[in-house]
Design a protein around this ligand. Structure first.
Ligand code: DAH
Length: 335
């Protein structure tokens, strides 16, 4: 082999070993393998050689070119692996993987939607304690201790006079005590009853609403609730007010909407009546006003209580309330 070739080979391999990074490697490529580099220089020297020496020189020069190219590729890969190791074995050129994002619970979403709807009508939002006194949960709402309506609530007692609130209606009392009319309030929150089956969980969510002013009528209540139902369901949802009884309202009503599953024709969900109850409401009882020191001759008002899970079940066609609280990601991620 020609001496010029062996000299260049030794020099190039030593230089390649000394390349410590990508920039060094690029300089090496230009110097030895580039168009005007040392290996091409060997080829260019070919015409100056004796004719009989040219074939062997050309072959050896070509072999050298391949050898240096192979060594160059190996060195480049080796440098890339080392660079990844320096970064803690992380190859930063691989596209990132996104972490799945969470979102608010379907019952929270529905509670928020209910509150937004009333906030748009000028209602203030208030929150109160989950652990209530007997006075706020029952007495002041015209449910004295001997009252049979206490049986409608399967209460969790904390002590003789404290309990987990069975409804959000105590917020009517707290708000009326703290403020003077006119007032429009909406109070979302957790409520608790000793009850559990496909339509009941021991903890669930209600949204209480009430409005107190002079000359408030049942027509005002109907107007506000009709607007609410049109916003949360749809404008053409049929509504029915059915006479009912609550100790803290007189007159009282339960409000039904045309069954969202069958459209009113009758099905298992609406027990073949075509109607589904969605909330309780009524004109605030004079006894309730008296318990907060308001004069029922001067003010009047209406109140309503909405079950958030119930609205969510109807909106999304869910037939078992317990699904909301099993924390199964496959269920929750659908909302
Ligand atoms: N507090 C009642 C319950 O939990 C719901 C209710 C009915 C609230 C009528 C009201 C109302 O404000 O006027 O069953």
């Amino acid at each position: 082999m020609d001496e010029a070739i062996t000299t260049l080979r030794d020099e190039a391999l030593v230089a390649l070993d000394a390349c410590g990074d990508i920039d060094g490697l690029e300089a090496f490529r230009i110097k030895y393998l580039g168009r005007n580099g040392a290996v091409s220089g060997l080829m260019r020297s070919l015409p100056g050689l004796a004719p009989e020496a040219r074939p062997a020189f050309g072959r050896d020069a070509n072999k050298l070119k391949q050898e240096i190219e192979a060594a160059f590729t190996a060195r480049r890969e080796n440098l890339a692996v080392n660079a990844a190791a320096d970064r803690g074995g992380v190859d930063i050129t691989i596209p990132g993987r996104c972490l799945p994002g969470g979102h608010s619970h379907p019952v929270s979403q529905v509670s928020l939607e209910i509150c937004d709807t009333f906030a748009a009508m000028g209602f203030d939002i208030a929150e109160g304690p989950d652990v209530e006194t007997d006075f706020y949960n029952f007495e002041a709402l015209n449910i004295p201790s001997h009252h049979p309506a206490r049986d409608m609530h399967d209460t969790f007692y904390v002590s003789d006079s404290t309990l987990l609130r069975t409804h959000t209606s105590p917020m009517q009392i707290r708000a009326m005590e703290a403020r003077r009319p006119p007032l429009r309030m909406i109070a979302p929150g957790k409520v608790y009853r000793c009850d559990s089956d496909v339509t009941h969980t021991p903890m669930f969510h209600q949204v209480e609403g009430f409005l107190v002013d002079e000359d408030v009528s049942f027509a005002d209540l109907k107007g506000v609730l009709s607007l609410f139902i049109a916003r949360v369901f749809s404008v053409d949802t049929a509504i029915r007010f059915r006479p009912s009884y609550f100790p803290f309202t007189e007159p009282s009503a339960e409000v039904d909407i045309a069954c969202v599953i069958c459209g009113g024709k009758g099905c298992r969900v609406c027990k073949h009546t075509g109607w589904i109850e969605i909330l309780g409401a009524g004109m605030i009882d004079p006894e309730v006003f008296r318990s907060v020191g308001y004069d029922p001759e001067e003010v009047s008002g209406f109140a309503f209580g909405i079950g958030a899970e119930r609205i969510a079940m109807l909106k999304y066609g869910i037939d078992d309330i317990r699904l909301f609280y099993e924390n199964d990601h496959r269920f929750l991620s659908q909302f």
